[in-house]
Design a binder for this molecule. Structure first.
Ligand code: BES
Ligand code: MN
Ligand code: ZN
Length: 483
């Protein structure tokens, strides 16, 4: 997708050469002027009842006399926020993307960097198109170029915002594509290849450790999850070195369960297919590394991805088995379906060698976070108030909602085991919190946060598919740590 700014003509927007023109207007207050012809069409649509000045409403007008663009979409924004602008653009794009328009111009919003970024991400969401394993898929949308028409004085800021948005879209697309790909394609080996491909395309340093190398490192917890599968596990280490040598890196750790059957603690059948999305944390790490590399941020960033299938078999880990993690702490596996924490804990211990400024793990970790927060907010856990505040600020800037959850020590007692240093489950109550408490036991050496994305990384039902979240949040967080 080609994103550009366009100088808003003084004569109004009717002369803009594009295949479609999206005009975003506010739901309340005075109507801004877009120039005679468009103002008249807008007044007419409002008067005729074709358009209501209510958030989310839009109307599609083909061939408006006197307007150069072949189609005009008028879309109403709830307020002046970037969030409202983004959803107005999204509703307008729904009408345009199935048509022949290749070049869409957008006018409205405040032309700030934030609005420009929101525009780019709305476009990325609208045109993302999965076809890899679906030969009968409809052709990809024709849309190839988007111009944001802004006053000259705002052009520089808008251009910056479009650039950030384009990089985030690029990372989200990688995350969506990896996550949507079925588990018989998106194996641990495939994820390793995706990472290795970024050595050439994005100048990353990448190492893919195999089972033997992980054994040598003592990753007994990670490997206990991989035991039941014929598919070889991988531990992916990616480094982007945009900062000074002495700058402590940010480390992102992504859960890469390429399929979660539950293991011997087998999941029920319905919707089990969605457990191919259990590598969305890993996908968001791959995506964020791509975004950050494309933005050429002056920062050091490490991505760690422990990845394997969680399968039942004669070799699989059994409930009650005790394993030794890389940290030396032992774990009684009371439920083999609580496997995410078992692969993440060894990755967190591995992260110590980078002497990180901060470590953030991202995981489709618990069904309990979906009960707590639904599908809107990701769950953010951190004992470090400053780090939590930075991540919440990044969440707000990226329009990628997250809500802070508690980590009181009292929850930790639920992980007691008679046979090991800890159990891998803490019971049904507060399930997403005890999962986070488990991880916290591996994070004494660095500032740490955990993001549970089980409710936000993918959708079910008719819109089944990966969302690309939380790449916007993570990219903004890394931007906030860059020089
Ligand atoms: N991958 C699941 C969590 C999940 C659930 C992700 C729904 C996306 C949608 C995770 O490995 C899991 O199975 N968690 C268990 C933990 C329990 C056994 C303590 C859960 O949430 O039920
Ligand atoms: Mn599980
Ligand atoms: Zn899982």
């Amino acid at each position: 997708m080609d994103f550009q700014t366009l100088a808003l003509p003084e004569s109004g927007v009717s002369g803009i050469a594009a295949d479609a023109l999206i005009v975003v207007l506010p739901a309340t207050g005075d109507l801004p002027s877009f120039g005679g012809v468009v103002d008249a069409a807008l007044a007419d649509a409002l008067k005729g009842g074709d358009l209501e000045r209510k958030a989310g409403k839009s109307v599609y007008l083909p061939r408006v006399a006197g307007v150069k663009a072949g189609r005009v979409v008028l879309a109403v924004s709830r307020d002046a926020s970037a969030k409202a602008f983004k959803s107005a653009v999204a509703s307008a794009l729904a009408a345009v993307k199935s048509g022949p328009a290749k070049h869409v111009a957008v006018v409205g919003g405040d032309a700030s960097a934030a609005h420009a970024e929101a525009l780019a991400i709305a476009v990325g969401d609208a045109v993302y198109h999965y076809s890899k394993t679906k030969p009968s898929a409809a052709p990809a949308p024709a849309l190839a170029k988007v111009s944001y028409a802004v006053p000259k004085s705002a052009a520089a800021a808008a251009k910056t915002g479009l650039g950030v948005g384009a990089a985030i879209v690029s990372g989200m697309d990688l995350a969506r594509e990896c996550a949507n790909l079925p588990a018989n394609y998106a194996t641990p080996t495939y994820l390793g290849e995706q990472a290795l491909a970024m050595v050439k395309t994005h100048g990353l340093e990448v190492e893919v450790l195999d089972r033997k190398a992980c054994e040598k490192l003592g990753m007994g917890s990670f490997l206990s999850v991989a035991r039941g599968s014929e598919e070889p596990p991988k531990f992916i280490v990616m480094q982007y070195k945009g900062g000074a040598k002495k700058d402590a890196p940010v480390v992102l750790v992504g859960k890469g369960i390429t399929f979660d059957t539950g293991g011997i603690s087998l999941k029920p059948g319905p919707e089990m297919d969605e457990m191919k999305f259990d590598m969305c944390g890993a996908a968001s790490v791959l995506g964020t590394l791509r975004s950050v590399a494309e933005l050429k941020l002056k920062v050091n960033l490490v991505g760690l991805i422990p990845t394997c299938d969680n399968m039942p078999s004669g070799k699989a880990t059994k409930p009650g088995d005790v394993v030794t993690s890389m940290s030396g702490q032992t774990i009684e596996i009371l439920n083999t379906d609580a496997e995410g924490r078992l692969i993440l804990c060894d990755a967190l211990t591995y992260a110590e060698r980078f002497k990180p400024a901060a470590v953030v793990d991202i995981a489709t970790l618990t069904g309990a976070i979906v009960i707590a927060l639904g599908h809107h907010n990701s769950g953010l856990f951190s004992p470090d108030d400053a780090l939590a505040a930075d991540l919440l600020a990044a969440s707000a800037a990226g329009l990628d909602p997250a809500w802070r959850m508690p980590l009181d020590d009292e929850y930790d007692d639920l992980l007691k085991s008679n046979f090991a240093d800890m159990a891998n489950i803490g019971g049904r109550a507060g399930g997403s919190i005890t999962a986070a408490k488990f991880l916290q036991r591996y994070t004494s050496k660095f500032p740490w946060a955990h993001i549970d994305i089980a409710g936000t990384a993918h959708r079910s039902g008719a819109a089944k598919g990966a969302t690309g979240r939380p790449v916007p949040l993570l990219t903004h967080f890394v931007m906030s740590r860059a020089k």
